[in-house]
Design a protein around this ligand. Structure first.
Ligand SMILES: *[C@@H]1O[C@H](CO)[C@@H](O)[C@H](O)[C@H]1NC(C)=O
Ligand SMILES: *[C@@H]1O[C@H](CO)[C@@H](O)[C@H](O)[C@H]1NC(C)=O
Length: 227
């Protein structure tokens, strides 16, 4: 396949997934997703979008998709009202979160905050493989995985040195997946729930951190212009 064909194919795929979303009634807009595969050389007249403006629509779509999948899985597999999710909050898997220290405004380091986000996205992308295998919505999960990788790519573009974000090899990925609790169908079900719930939390923290970075950069640029 030529790159034009490939990008056309993935564009069609994205459109299909947008339609699928409408069918299930999920209100996620995919403004971010639609422009994802269009690179500068295929559409020469498109103005180049800076990485810092690309993260926002993409993170918004991901937040929406992950929360609807989380709610749907809870509804279908647990058959309990949504409020009952909090009954399972003590179930934890030690998944990556953006803990305060280098992403908080008091002790902020842009590069290490971005590194934490990029590494976290990488790990969550691996865990999504488990969700894809275990839960009956593989197409939706594949979309989420695709966008997760795109977001990680944008975050790495924002970094000075993204070499610190190493690609996980298949041994490392297998190790992460085999550490998940899977002994019974109950365990697999709760594992899927916790993976989706905590990925949503991670994305919320990511949104806040990236917005903080954007505002901070803008302030600095304004200061420079004024001087
Ligand atoms: C929802 O949680 C409450 C306790 O918080 C429990 O009594 C109730 O049975 C749960 N609902 C279902 C359908 O399991
Ligand atoms: C502040 O950030 C540095 C590096 O980013 C980290 O090593 C340190 O522990 C942080 N301090 C606090 C108080 O969180």
């Amino acid at each position: 396949m030529s790159s034009t064909q490939r990008s056309r194919a993935s564009f069609v795929l994205l459109l299909l997934s947008v339609c699928a979303l409408h069918v299930t009634g999920a209100p996620c807009s995919s403004i971010g997703a639609e422009t994802l595969e269009i690179s500068g050389d295929e559409l020469p007249d498109t103005p180049k979008v800076s990485p810092s403006t690309k993260w926002k629509p993409l993170t918004n779509v991901l937040l929406c998709e992950v929360s609807s999948l989380r709610d749907q899985q809870f509804d279908e597999e647990f058959a309990e009202p949504k409020d009952n999710m909090s009954n399972y909050k003590h179930h934890r898997l030690g998944l990556p979160q953006i803990i305060e220290h280098d992403c908080s405004s008091s002790n902020f380091s842009k590069e290490s905050c971005l590194l934490r986000i990029a590494r976290g996205l990488q790990l969550h992308a691996v865990y999504l493989q488990f969700v894809e295998q275990e839960y009956s919505k593989p197409a939706t999960v594949a979309d989420i995985k695709f966008r997760t990788k795109a977001l990680a790519g944008h975050v790495m573009e924002m970094m000075k040195n993204s070499k610190h974000v190493q690609e996980l090899n298949s041994d490392a990925r297998d190790k992460l997946l085999s550490a998940l609790p899977t002994a019974s169908s109950w365990e697999r079900k709760i594992t899927v729930h916790v993976l989706l719930r905590d990925y949503h939390k991670f994305l919320t923290q990511t949104f806040r951190a990236l917005r903080h970075i954007e505002l901070r950069d803008r302030k600095r640029t304004a200061l420079k212009l004024n001087n």
